[in-house]
Ligand binder design. Structure first.
Ligand code: 5GP
Length: 181
């Protein structure tokens, strides 16, 4: 694993896929325990675009029936959180009266998951839980932390495995960290 250049920044190797794989296996194990006998078909909500790689890897390890819905939100510009979260595409399916598991790539300040939870409540979801591949506890400002976390990381800007820098780097199999801010 060497460095990669995306646009004007260089990124160095940070988390190899072998560790991501182990983390996803653990999260999938917990989800299987919690949802297998929950008595209904939950909705797994893929938060585009960042979560799509994690989402695909995760759901192929789940052994309960589920429906898949997507939504698109944007809060980052470059390497900084823009603070306000914009919904740029609506839920692609119905969540009314459903148990919803939100699948996120990364929880940073928590603004995005707070907004998704609000939107889901507004749309009539009866239960919302959050599952995220990465969590930055040092910068989290929300009141409710994610229910399922793959890996906790320091406050570093990372790319790869779905995460982008100016829309680049989502296809990288491993996770990289920015070398120069
Ligand atoms: P929050 O709303 O929790 O501050 O940020 C969540 C969103 O910001 C994520 O869904 C992701 O799109 C983006 N984000 C936060 N931290 C990072 C990071 O380290 N790298 C990348 N590429 N995106 C991030």
């Amino acid at each position: 694993m060497g460095n990669v250049t995306l646009d004007d920044k260089t990124f160095r190797p940070y988390i190899p896929y072998s560790r991501i794989d182990e983390a996803i296996a653990k999260v999938a194990g917990k989800l299987n325990e919690d949802y297998r006998d929950c008595g209904e078909v939950p909705v797994l909500l893929c938060v585009l675009n960042g979560a799509m790689v994690f989402f695909t890897d995760l759901i192929t390890r789940l052994d309960f029936n589920m429906e898949v819905v997507s939504v698109k939100l944007t809060s980052y510009v470059g390497t900084q959180s823009a603070g306000t979260v914009r919904k740029s595409m609506d839920f692609t399916g119905n969540v009314k009266g459903r148990k919803v598991l939100v699948v996120e790539d990364i929880v940073d300040t928590g603004n995005t998951i707070a907004e998704i939870s609000r939107l889901l409540k507004e749309a009539g979801a009866k239960e919302t839980r959050i599952c995220t591949m990465l969590f930055k506890p040092a910068v989290f400002k929300g009141s409710v932390p994610p229910d399922y976390v793959g890996l906790s990381i320091p406050n570093d800007f990372v790319v790869g495995f779905g995460l982008d820098y100016n829309e680049l780097g989502r296809n990288l199999k491993d996770i990289y960290v920015v070398d120069s801010q």
